[in-house]
Design a protein around this ligand. Sequence first.
Ligand SMILES: C[S@@+](CC[C@H](N)C(=O)[O-])C[C@H]1O[C@@H](n2cnc3c(N)ncnc32)[C@H](O)[C@@H]1O
Length: 262
Amino acid sequence: MKQRRRTVLNRKYLAPEPKVRTRHSSTEVSPFDDLASDYDAWFEREGKPVFAIEVQALQQVLPSLSKPWVEVGVGSGRFAQALGIETGVDPSIKLLEMAKQRGITAFLGRGEQELFGEESFGTVFLIVTLCFLDRPLDVLKEAYRILVPSGKIVLGLVLKESPWGKFYQQKKKQGHRFYKYATFYRYDEIAKLLEQASFSIEQVVSTLFQEPGKVDHMETPRKGYSPSAGFTVIVAGKHGSGKLVPMSSNCPTSATGGKSEA
Ligand SMILES: C[S@@+](CC[C@H](N)C(=O)[O-])C[C@H]1O[C@@H](n2cnc3c(N)ncnc32)[C@H](O)[C@@H]1O
């Protein structure tokens, strides 16, 4: 049975009391608590060039995004700090402590909980987090609720069909301490989830074309979906709020049916 944290110290990270109760409490211990130091240290070791490549791809989409920004699943705040995201939410107190050290306004909680008021943010980011959610659709629906009508959701994803997705799925099968918690999705599954949460895909950027374990140079991000990209950025708007990417160029119906636009 999972423990509950009750210390007063932790209350400083708590978001306003959620209006909707979920089967998870915002103060429940996260599996990421035990992995926090290892997770964060990865960015200083083999993850360093990968992180730089992913940040560069995310930076491509930032100019069009309105503030305020929040990252759901902010983790240790590395991406938030690099991208200028002011606010973060995460169920891991240990990771949140690191995010706070990096200058992020950090709230302990889960993306599916009603932590913020309706239409509070211009942009909601989920960076390498969707695959770690128990209930991704509920989190996307909650993101929709807290976004202003012209707001955007930005997903940073390792897609199931990509070489990196396959690499991590192999690790998951082997019971890797970290990836055993992940569920990877194909591009078409993500597109369907976004659609179900009333978002429309507007922009896609692909990067990390070097294979796992062989990343030795920076890359130029490419516009559009590519099944061989290790990292995919999707920007989606609330239904009826902006220009749409034609389905033919960005929404393959199978894991390998997409194409890359260089
Ligand atoms: C792989 S980490 C990504 C962290 C950060 N975005 C980054 O890229 O460094 C996934 C994060 O999702 C968080 N997470 C798991 N379930 C969540 C939920 N229901 N709501 C919000 N965050 C969640 C974990 O605690 C973890 O920090």
